[in-house]
Unconditional design. Structure first.
Length: 103
């Protein structure tokens, strides 16, 4: 059975535990890379990660972007939306549809 996780600073992801997600609190890019690798190896299908943390490790996002599992989904942190997640969703939509229909 596949599982879902959230990675990011404590204030941003603690609430995800209340709905059954596994949470991994870190602000450190090196630690986040290790967590993502461990989650990918342990049947986690979806990994939510705060935008600010994911922006510090773009190579990890690129590595998993083309594979179906795990899906790495950027989410806004407690400090707000950086636009990183929406920008990337726009790219996926544009690739799928053939034009930018979000902006």
């Amino acid at each position: 059975m596949f599982k879902i996780a959230a990675i990011g600073d404590r204030d941003s992801i603690t609430g995800f535990a209340s709905v059954g997600l596994s949470i991994f609190c870190t602000d450190e890019p090196h630690e986040a890379k290790k967590i993502i690798k461990m989650l990918a190896e342990n049947q986690f299908a979806v990994i939510y990660i705060t935008e600010r943390l994911l922006q510090k490790i773009p190579e990890e996002y690129e590595r998993y972007k083309e594979v179906p599992v795990p899906a790495i989904i950027p989410i806004p942190g407690i400090t707000g939306n950086t636009g990183f997640g929406l920008q990337n969703v726009g790219k996926f939509v544009e690739r799928a549809v053939g034009s930018d229909i979000i902006n």
